[in-house]
Design a binder for this molecule. Structure first.
Ligand code: GLN
Length: 336
């Protein structure tokens, strides 16, 4: 976003709650209409089956912490969650084991390099740096409780389902397609093993990681999952606790610095929200205490982030006062 377009959208401050329902609905409808015709970017094809996605699809969902649902377009269309799973597996592992463990074994700093970088590991003495890039995500999946890979997988599937408030299912075709094309992730796992960073079987761990990436979600699901993190770990629709408020906070801090890969700084500067994207075209963006946005549009930019999704998040964050850094001066009547 540059120049005139950046400033053409009125910036509402984060201070206070979200605007009235009718305003939110009208804003989503306007944004959906505005960006529907935008066809910049390319659908991912390094996992062959992802190339079959229909690039015209575009869905937006905003779910408030209090439970209100606002949606437009293809908000109920299923797609594989891909890298967005990393955010929620990180939270589940922190909850089940400890945040300190993940901090120590994986790290919480941005790599500044692409999501599947080998160099990031080499430059940092084998430390994968954060759970949002592939190497760190594989190392995080390895820390999931479970005596066998099947148990780890079941813990991930049921945990992500609690975030979504419904049973998520695996897309077998996506899983197969990625397993045939994920030599790089297998190499990353072997490299981590060589540095003693994972102690489980590397190829079994990549298998579980690939399954977690192949779970089907919708933009609606992403918004529910994000709104759970926005609501101190309680799912706003089922009202059941998924993770502690501390884990929700730590997950959001990590997403703010690492969720959008090497574009995380630019994203935070423009949109001001912790977020996570995936190569199938989803984005979840979270406004703590307010709610979360889920977007779906499969055309990506060069970092692997959805082009229309980013535009929509920018516009929504600005128009609805979701940018964490935008404040209004408080009233100070007592100061005379
Ligand atoms: N499953 C994908 C991979 O490992 C996820 C990547 C992504 O969404 N950026 O390459």
């Amino acid at each position: 976003m540059v120049g005139a377009e950046r400033e053409s959208i009125t910036q509402r401050a984060f201070t206070g709650g979200l605007p009235a329902d009718a305003f939110i609905d009208a804003t989503l409808a306007d944004i959906h209409r505005r960006y529907l015709g935008l066809d910049d970017g390319e659908v991912a094809d390094y996992i062959p089956i992802l190339a079959e996605a229909d690039p015209s699809r575009f869905g937006l969902s905003l779910i408030e912490s209090a439970g209100a649902v606002h949606e437009i377009g293809d908000a109920d269309l299923e797609f594989s969650i891909q890298s967005i799973s990393k955010a929620f597996v990180f939270a589940l592992v922190c909850q089940a084991r400890s945040t300190e463990l993940v901090h120590e074994r994986v790290g919480v700093n941005n790599t500044g390099l692409p999501f599947n970088s080998v160099m990031a590991i080499e430059l940092n003495d084998g430390k994968p740096l954060n759970s949002m890039v592939n190497a760190g995500a594989i190392a995080t999946t390895a820390l999931m409780p479970g005596a066998t890979s099947a148990e780890k997988w079941e813990n991930i599937r049921s945990g992500l389902s609690r975030f979504a408030g419904r049973q998520l299912r695996l897309d077998g075709r996506v899983y197969q397609s990625e397993m045939e094309a994920n030599q790089r992730n297998k190499a990353l796992a072997r490299l981590l093993e060589s540095y003693g960073r994972i102690i489980t079987d590397p190829l079994d761990t990549v298998d579980v990681y690939t399954r977690q990436c192949s779970l089907l979600v919708t933009a609606h699901d992403l918004a529910v999952m994000g709104a759970t993190l926005a609501d101190g770990g309680i799912n706003p629709l089922t009202r059941s606790r998924v993770v502690s408020a501390e884990v929700a906070r730590d997950t959001l801090a990590l997403l703010a610095s690492c969720g959008m890969y090497e574009n995380s700084g630019e994203w935070l500067f423009e949109i001001g929200l912790p977020a996570k994207s995936g190569v199938s075209g989803g984005i979840v963006a979270i406004a703590p205490g307010k709610g979360a946005l889920g977007t779906y549009s499969p055309r990506l930019d060069s970092a692997g982030n959805s082009v229309r999704g980013q535009r929509a998040c920018f516009h929504i964050s600005r128009a609805l006062g979701m940018n964490l850094f935008a404040s209004n001066a408080v009233e100070r009547p007592w100061k005379g």
